[in-house]
Write a protein that binds this ligand. Structure first.
Ligand SMILES: *[C@@H]1O[C@H](CO)[C@@H](O)[C@H](O)[C@H]1NC(C)=O
Ligand SMILES: *[C@@H]1O[C@H](CO)[C@@H](O)[C@H](O)[C@H]1NC(C)=O
Length: 334
């Protein structure tokens, strides 16, 4: 657990500086006169530390709410901060704070930062739906990736410029009816600046999931997932949990067969989403472990004319069930 301390300095006559140490425990970033300070201190002292459970949007939250798995705290069931509702309670007797971040990187990053700054959090479980870029992953499968990367930051290359060292997408390679040249030229994928406690800034592309938390998830490989959407419709095959693959995040909804194939070929990416890398990077910046659990709701453009919207609730449900099992496993041990 990270102990957060507030320092307040008082100038006294002449040269000495008296430093008064104020222990303001876990609410370091809330102002002293913040109206919720006492509530949050109580939440942290009574039942902390918590596991933070983060999902991005309402369909994913809905699966949790309708499952009845989350038991709200009877005294302080929630705290609203910056427009997000932090729900206090427990899952399978493990203290949990769950929050819906809103979609895409900025919302995910902001929400996780508030969660970590204000509450006593020992780790984050992030679940949701994803598109599959890997032909071996289909609807309802759940991926627990070992690596996630942000694949939405590019240098736009000039026409006729040389190929660079970094991975590139050349638009001309995808020209129809045949490959050619293209004034749009292409994109060169960039790394991200990663800042973290006690470390100099690093350029990173792949973010590795915390090894200890990742190893705990190995126990979920044979977890039984749901196969039926409703009483009349079941998937042709039983969905599976896949462990240790790669996921990518961008502020882009990928629904394009060519780009999907490119991501798989160049980066060996199996799932695409819009938040995972932001959640992981924000947690890693504060040295807090985080696990990603994403259920396949669509094939990111790889499906043949088939609409998959009706399958997203099954994908969210399967991801949630794996997340709940993970919380049960990780809960007592850390
Ligand atoms: C694609 O998914 C399968 C699991 O269904 C996995 O065995 C394979 O390694 C994945 N491909 C890549 C490049 O990760
Ligand atoms: C069951 O799910 C299928 C596929 O999503 C859908 O077409 C069908 O209308 C659903 N049936 C019921 C009874 O909800």
């Amino acid at each position: 657990m990270v102990l957060k301390l507030c320092w307040m300095d008082l100038k006294v006559p002449l040269m000495s500086l008296l430093i008064i140490l104020l222990d303001c425990s876990s609410t370091a970033t809330l102002k002293l006169n913040h109206p919720l300070r006492e509530v949050i201190d109580r939440v942290n002292e009574k039942s902390g530390p918590y596991i933070g459970l983060v999902m991005a949007y309402s369909a994913e939250e809905h699966e949790l709410q309708s499952s009845g798995i989350f038991i709200p705290n009877s005294i302080s069931p929630w705290v609203d901060l910056s427009g997000r509702r932090f729900n206090i309670g427990s899952i399978r007797e493990v203290n949990v704070i769950y929050v819906m971040s809103g979609q895409r990187r900025l919302n995910a990053g902001i929400t996780v930062q508030i969660l970590l700054d204000v509450f006593d959090i020992r780790g984050i479980v992030h679940y949701g739906t994803a598109g599959s870029a890997n032909d071996s992953l289909s609807f309802g499968d759940v991926s627990i990736p070992k690596y996630v990367a942000f694949t939405g930051s590019w240098n736009w290359k000039k026409f006729n410029s040389e190929k660079s060292q970094l991975e590139e997408l050349n638009f001309g390679e995808y020209d129809l009816p045949q490959k050619g040249q293209n004034l749009l030229r292409g994109l060169e994928f960039k790394t991200e600046e990663f800042y973290s406690v006690g470390e100099p800034m690093k350029q990173v592309f792949w973010l590795e999931i915390d090894p200890l938390w990742f190893s705990v998830a190995a126990q979920l490989r044979d977890f039984k997932l749901q196969q039926c959407v409703n009483v009349t419709y079941c998937l042709p095959e039983t969905p599976k949990v896949v462990y240790g693959l790669k996921g990518s995040t961008a502020d882009i909804f990928v629904d394009n067969a060519a780009y999907r194939k490119f991501l798989y070929k160049k980066f060996h990416v199996s799932t695409v989403d819009e938040e995972s890398a932001a959640v992981v990077m924000t947690a890693m910046s504060s040295n807090v472990p985080c696990i990603v659990i994403r259920g396949v709701s669509d094939l990111a453009g790889g499906e043949e004319g088939k609409s998959s919207t009706s399958l997203s609730s099954l994908a969210a449900k399967n991801a949630l069930n794996v997340a709940v099992e993970y919380i049960k496993l990780v809960g007592p041990h850390f």
